[in-house]
Design a protein around this ligand. Structure first.
Ligand code: ADP
Ligand code: ZN
Length: 735
């Protein structure tokens, strides 16, 4: 909607201001600045019809309304105004992803109760008076107060932090060692100390850290790929970059793909910097989210660790963004505002002169290519820290394993497992399939139980005692009789999921402790974290896991990884099938072996001669990337060309195909920039939640002005009310 980003100006009371709200209006609205005036960028509450809505003062009013009817801003919220760089960032993301600005503002204000007027409350700070007699409990309270510097605490917070009763706090206040006052609700985060000594680094680690430190000291934008196998010390190295950033007085953000990883990471931050960073993800309380949002804006939090949406926090002065496991698909937000946090991190950093570190053992091809072309710097950590060796990797040709029906562990792998657990070590069996069995078939009529709302089979989850649709989440109890022919007792599972594999393991290794790691088996992130900690401490002999286990957990006792079905990911027609399989299997295999214990990875496959399997085994990654890159270059697809996916969905199948066909016919705006449109075609998953899905794919040269052409193209047609259209720039998945 063409919003110009203007300076940090002040508007006097009554001046016309233009306000961007979170309401889907398609434009800014004019208001009058409130009593006392307001800054450009101020968060405000404005009247809209009978309601009051959240907005940001975006610039001078545009005029053109009846001046008598322009209403006044209700109030300015007591939070730091949105800075120019943030407004520029939101605008650029909106332009890139074709997202309306109100939706961007919603993404940037996802802190519940931002607009609430928090009543002041009684808080305690360090007082001047001598407390006299110092008991243990009193000393603990004063230590906490000192540690947090200038911060204020409520009575209960302070008592909890110090592990004392409220009366100790009250007693210190009576003595004047604490002073009591009324203060707003949110507290700054404790200052992290970048000068505490880090671990002593190995020479390649030290060189890598020095290069990142130098980049940070430059104070300019730059992106570095930090590539290194699991265990090579990437985290140690980028923590040095965080230290340099904090020492320079700027803020740092570390993005992690998985909340379950944060516990381990927080412990490392605490060890390195002597305190906790701010945390931003779905497992954080509302109060804490609000506090972090405000403190980010005030510059009162040095380091934030978070999920992808932390990228939209209003940092006052962001100097570093680390994207750990940068290849992870979790960085792609697939609904609402469709964006890739890795790419948007680079954008944000380029706007605010920050450094980006993309850390991975198996970077995505886009990142690899950007490093090849010199757009990104690249640092390689080639060996594991200490004496830890990379695992030996071998393919097991399943054609020679004589597998019994309904068994998935071949004799070679079974022998390996038996050997490891006899040594008191752990084995991990990787199968990227949640549930008990992916298909349930009727042995009488051949019917396969499908979802009523989707074009997908229901997956049996025996632990939950239900059938579950992995597309829409719908569940139903396992029927006794076939829904098609009504035969009784003839329904049978086909194929393995992790739960079924666990049955086989229990039958063949009756004395082994078995743990299954699959996201659906845990009621909460906390329970999952607990389990991971337990496994790391040796609480299981055999771990069975989905791709959840591929992500950076350290299991020091783990020495064998068995990939149950290495062919699983190679079947799709997806552009990234080869890359994904390569990454996933290399990642999972990297879990085997740690300091002093060499590991082994066995890949069960029916096609050991397949190019991807051979590349995984040979370990010649550069050759793999070069071959993949060449294929993509020839096909003109990312990173050597651009793609946009358009998904149309509607309950009415004819309507959605007609609309798609009409769009495809009117492709003149695309042709003008040399782009081509393919489709409409039924999407690979042709029905989800009762809505029929149709897909168009737009392909353009790398330099083509794709977004403006797409906007013009889509803008030609009015989208009917029950039809949904979403645009996915740089699509990752093709479902
Ligand atoms: P990555 O992030 O590449 O997987 P980490 O940074 O997690 O690697 O390092 C793997 C393990 O080795 C961790 O337990 C880490 O504490 C340890 N480690 C790495 N470098 C050092 C070092 N220089 N000194 C001591 N321990 C180290
Ligand atoms: Zn479904």
């Amino acid at each position: 909607m063409g919003i110009a980003v203007t300076g940090f100006e002040f508007f006097d009371e009554g001046a016309l201001v233009s306000v961007l709200t979170t309401e889907p209006l398609g434009r800014c609205l004019d208001y009058r600045a409130p009593e006392g005036g307001c800054l450009c960028g101020a968060f405000v509450e404005v009247p809209l019809g009978p309601r009051r809505v959240l907005g940001v003062v975006w610039g001078p009013g545009e005029g053109g309304y009846d001046p008598c009817r322009v209403r006044a801003v209700n109030r300015v919220l007591d939070v730091a105004p949105m800075r120019d760089d943030m407004r520029a960032f939101l605008t650029r993301v909106a332009d890139y992803t074709l997202t309306p600005m109100p939706a961007m503002l919603r993404l940037a204000t996802r802190a519940p109760g931002l607009g609430d007027r928090p009543g002041p409350r009684r808080v305690f700070r360090r007082g001047r008076a001598d407390p006299g007699r110092i008991t243990d409990a009193r000393a603990r309270v004063l230590d906490i107060v000192d540690e947090y510097g200038d911060a204020a605490f409520t009575q209960s917070e302070l008592a909890a932090l110090a592990g004392v009763t409220a009366s100790v706090v009250k007693g210190l206040a009576r003595l004047g060692a604490l002073c009591e006052e009324d203060a707003p609700r949110d507290l700054p985060y404790p200052r992290l100390d970048p000068d505490l000594p880090g671990k002593s680094l190995a020479s390649d680690q030290a060189a890598a850290a020095a290069q990142l430190r130098a980049a940070l000291v430059s104070g300019s934008y730059g992106t570095t790929l930090l590539k290194g196998v699991t265990g090579s010390g990437k985290t140690e190295v980028y923590l040095e970059a965080v230290a340099a950033c904090l020492a320079g007085g700027r803020q740092a953000l570390v993005l992690l793909p998985e909340i379950a990883l944060t516990a381990e990471f927080l412990a490392r931050v605490e060890e390195r910097f002597g305190g906790h960073p701010g945390e931003w993800h779905s497992g954080v309380t509302h109060t804490e989210r609000r506090r972090l949002w405000r403190m980010a804006g005030e510059g009162n939090v040095g380091l934030v660790v978070g999920a992808r949406s932390a990228l939209f926090l209003p940092f006052r002065d962001l100097g570093l963004i680390v994207v750990d496991e940068e290849h992870d698909t979790a960085y792609k937000q697939e609904d609402g505002v469709i964006y890739n946090a890795r790419d948007m991190a680079v954008l944000r950093a380029s706007i605010c002169s920050a450094q980006v570190v993309l850390a991975s053992a198996t970077p995505c091809l886009e990142t690899w290519a950007n490093a090849e072309s010199g757009k990104y710097a690249r640092i390689d950590l080639t060996s594991r820290f200490g004496t830890a060796e990379l695992p030996v990797m071998r393919a097991v040709d399943m054609r020679g394993e004589n597998l019994q029906p309904n068994r998935w562990i071949g004799r070679t792998l079974a022998a390996g497992i038996a050997r490891r657990i006899a040594e008191g070590e752990q084995a991990l069996l990787f199968l990227n399939r949640r549930g008990y069995a992916p298909v349930t078939i009727c042995r009488a009529c051949g019917h396969q139980i499908g979802c009523d709302h989707c074009d997908a089979r229901m997956v049996e989850h025996r632990f939950l005692k239900r059938l579950v649709c992995h597309q829409c989440g719908d569940t139903k109890p396992m029927p006794e009789t076939c829904p098609a022919c009504e035969a009784k007792g003839r329904l049978a599972p086909v194929g393995p999921g992790v739960e079924r594999l666990a049955e086989e393991v229990a039958a063949r290794f009756p004395d082994a402790g078995v743990a299954v790691l699959s996201s659906d088996l845990f009621a909460s992130a906390r329970a999952l974290k607990e389990k991971i900690r337990d496994i790391a401490a040796g609480g299981a002999d055999i771990v069975i896991g989905t791709q959840l286990v591929a992500k950076g957990h350290n299991f020091p006792l783990l020495t064998l990884v068995g990939v149950i079905d290495a062919d699983l990911g190679l079947q799709g027609s997806d552009l990234r099938a080869a890359e994904r399989t390569f990454q996933l299997i290399r990642q999972v295999s990297g879990r085997a072996g740690r300091a002093g214990k060499p590991g082994e990875a066995l890949l069960q496959t029916y096609q050991p001669e397949h190019g991807v399997i051979r590349a995984i085994l040979s370990g010649d990654e550069e050759a793999f990337w070069r071959a993949e890159a060449e294929e993509r270059r020839v096909a003109g697809v990312p990173p050597y060309g651009r793609l946009a996916g358009i998904v149309l969905s509607s309950p009415d199948v004819a309507q959605v195909f007609d609309f798609g066909a009409e769009l495809a016919r009117r492709d003149a705006p695309l042709r003008r920039v040399g782009a081509q449109v393919f489709g409409p075609a039924a999407a690979p998953v042709a029905r989800v939640r009762g809505r029929h899905r149709v897909r168009l794919l737009v392909k353009a040269a790398k330099a083509a002005p794709l977004q403006s052409a797409l906007a013009e193209w889509i803008g030609q047609l009015k989208v009917p009310r029950n039809l949904r259209l979403s645009v996915d720039i740089d699509p990752q998945s093709f479902f």
